[in-house]
Design a protein around this ligand. Structure first.
Ligand code: C2E
Ligand code: MG
Ligand code: MG
Length: 619
């Protein structure tokens, strides 16, 4: 048991004996367990020198001493951080309140007047030791607490900068390291970003357990190629990034890119399975354009996104135009979502003409975005984006709804034979609710299914041919008609046409545009028309712009046509005026076309009789 060290500072050594006698008389132990050990200093300087040796738990200090008096000694001790918590009891013959106040002001914790009373001294010593003991316990508790906090902070930091699954540094870890390098002016560096091509498939088909082991196996392989100075991190679910300092040009890192990609050459053995994988690589070279780690990392990610678009296992070097493109893309995605909420999507209609009679047989519904600042925006600008986000599904249903409502109006206004063609995107076509949604719109609008023609592209069919055949059969069984849009631009195999219950082929306008360039030889258009005749399908030529194209198509036996030569896509009201005008023209009543309509369509330069909306429906 370590004794309680008490330092007695008094110029009269007899006082030490008095104190010793008193403390020993009253059992000589504090709390009945720790014995007292007294140390003595006869002046202030000796006391200061002794502190480090005797390490007192308590000091009994006389005030009146030659040289340095007790007040000064007290001030000096309390000024030293390592001793300032040691309680000091002043022993003094002074009893004036002013003197006592001075002692307290100097930092003394208590005082006791001389001559010393045994009971009082013992009581005050014990009370001070109790306070000191509590203080020490508190300090020890604080130290423990601080250690725990530090330990937890370190653990938390480890979690933040380290990936728990693979043990590699995390994205945050990479950002920290990269930031430090950039701040130190190290701009010659490369980030090589790897994004696994088939991870989702592994996860969904083999389960998360296998998925996790697969990621660990990838991390181990990549880590084998890390050289000293390299920093490899797992920066996303199936994304890894290697930082190579000192790389200034692409040539510096080409071998490394090859090596990293070769990690995927051999299959990964996970739970007795062999998993084949590949990764797309995005590369960004540090330069003076950006000093921010996050920006560089984002750039590498963007490059990988572009690589992914090009196909599995490809490499893409970042350039700054990509950044803008991705930013624009994200802005577009948000704007489109808002446009749907604000009902900014409207439908235009383009006539489909019977080439023999030059009468309007039907119309195609084409979506437009009425942008508050840009005006009417073409679907080519936003359909691909909506296709990726899935927004094409609700917008496509909106178009179908608007188109069927409009068709009903036209039927009621005296054009009962018109058909309505509506485009279906790949995503819509794969939607499980498609048939039910179409049924609902037809019932709501009261349109007979035979007046509805759905246009799908070859890729929608070929992406999942069996499912597509089943959906198409469902639709055909209701009497809904099916066209293959942009025919000739997709798969060259024509085999699927036998299996696929379609009614119509729409020749892509790129083939019609080539007709004039090729003189009298139109092999593609000719072949498609012949094929459709053999398969007993009707055929529509898209994008007719000139009288020559029209004449040639008629010679080749093409039944229907669509294009600017007849009319651009128009809002419903303008097309209604056109229908009414052509109807009156047919009936022999001469009515001038409304001015806007006349400037937007080519009717004034064509024989008027071709625009009749009273032809029996397209079959
Ligand atoms: P598409 O279905 O092949 O529609 C024909 C496109 O050719 C329309 O472009 C039309 O305005 C244009 N066009 C018609 N005649 C001519 C011509 O003589 N010359 C030229 N240069 N172009 C002509 P638009 O309206 O810009 O639509 C582009 C594509 O966007 C459509 O091609 C279709 O694939 C898609 N799209 C339009 N509306 C919808 C929709 O509601 N849903 C879905 N999923 N896709 C749509
Ligand atoms: Mg179309
Ligand atoms: Mg088309």
């Amino acid at each position: 048991m370590t004794p309680i060290a008490i330092l007695v500072i008094d110029d009269e050594s007899a006082n030490l004996e008095v104190i010793e006698t008193i403390l020993m008389t009253y059992d000589g132990k504090w709390n009945g367990s720790r014995p007292y050990q007294l140390h003595y200093a006869s002046d202030g300087q000796m006391a200061l020198d002794q502190l480090a040796i005797c390490k007192p738990d308590l000091i009994l200090l006389d005030v009146m001493m030659p040289g340095m008096d007790g007040i000064e000694v007290c001030q000096r001790i309390k000024a030293m951080p390592q001793w300032q918590t040691v309680p000091i009891i002043i022993t003094t013959a002074l009893t004036q309140k002013r003197d006592l106040a001075m002692c307290l002001a100097a930092g003394a914790d208590d005082f006791i007047s001389k001559p010393l009373s045994g009971i009082e001294l013992t009581a005050r010593v014990q009370s001070m030791l109790r306070i000191r003991d509590q203080q020490q316990r508190l300090e020890a508790f604080n130290t423990q607490l601080e250690a725990k906090v530090q330990e937890r902070t370190a653990e938390l930091r480890r979690l933040i900068v380290q990936d728990t699954l693979t043990g590699l540094p995390s994205r945050n870890g990479l950002v920290e390291t990269l930031s430090a390098k950039l701040e130190a002016g190290e701009t010659s560096l490369a980030l090589i970003f790897l994004d696994c091509d088939n991870f989702q498939l592994v996860n969904s088909s083999l389960g998360y357990g296998v998925g996790n082991q697969f990621l660990v196996a990838i991390a181990e392989r990549l880590d084998r190629h890390r050289q000293s100075g390299d920093f490899l991190a797992r920066v996303g679910e199936d994304k890894f990034c290697l930082l190579r300092p000192g790389a200034a040009t692409l040539a510096d890192i080409e071998p490394l890119i090859d090596t990293l990609q070769s990690c995927f050459d051999q299959p990964f053995a996970v739970k007795e399975l062999e998993i084949y994988a590949s990764a797309c690589v995005g590369v960004v070279l540090g330069n003076n354009q950006s000093q921010e780690a996050e920006v560089l990392l984002q750039a590498a990610d963007t490059a990988t996104y572009y690589a992914k678009k090009r196909g599995k296992g490809t490499v893409q070097i970042f350039d700054w135009s990509m950044h803008q493109a991705v930013f624009n893309r994200l802005t577009l995605e948000n704007d489109l979502q808002r446009a749907l909420e604000r009902q900014e999507f409207i439908t235009y209609y383009q006539p489909i003409v019977d080439l023999k009679t030059q009468q309007i047989a039907g119309v195609e519904a084409l979506v437009r975005w009425r942008h508050p600042e840009r005006g009417i925006v073409s679907p080519n600008e936003f359909i691909p984006c909506m296709e990726t986000t899935g927004l094409v599904v609700p917008v496509g249903m909106l178009v179908l709804q608007q188109a069927c409502e409009q068709l009903k109006r036209w039927h009621q206004q005296g054009h009962p034979h018109l058909t309505m063609s509506v485009n279906l995107s790949v995503r819509q076509f794969a939607c499980p609710n498609l048939v039910a949604d179409i049924d609902r719109v037809l019932t709501q609008t009261g349109i007979a299914p035979t007046y509805l023609r759905l246009e799908i592209t070859e890729s929608a069919i070929m992406d999942n041919a069996d499912a597509a055949i089943a959906v198409t059969q469902e639709l055909r069984s209701r009497g809904i008609q099916i066209s293959i849009d942009d025919f000739g631009t997709g798969y060259s195999s024509l085999g699927y046409l036998h299996r696929f219950p379609v009614n119509t082929l729409k020749i892509d306008r790129s083939f019609i545009a080539q007709m004039e360039d090729n003189g009298s030889d139109y092999p593609v258009v000719d072949s498609i028309i012949t094929l459709s005749q053999k398969l007993k399908l009707s055929v529509i030529a898209e994008g007719i712009e000139t009288i020559q194209q029209l004449e040639r198509l008629k010679e080749l036996g093409c039944e229907y046509g669509q294009g600017y030569f007849f009319s651009r896509p128009l809002p419903a009201e303008e097309l209604t005026q056109l229908f009414n005008y052509s109807k009156k023209a047919v009936e022999g009543i001469s009515t001038p076309l409304p001015i806007r309509c006349a400037t937007e369509i080519s009717i004034l330069t064509k024989p008027r009789h071709w625009l009749r909306a009273d032809k029996p429906q397209l079959t």
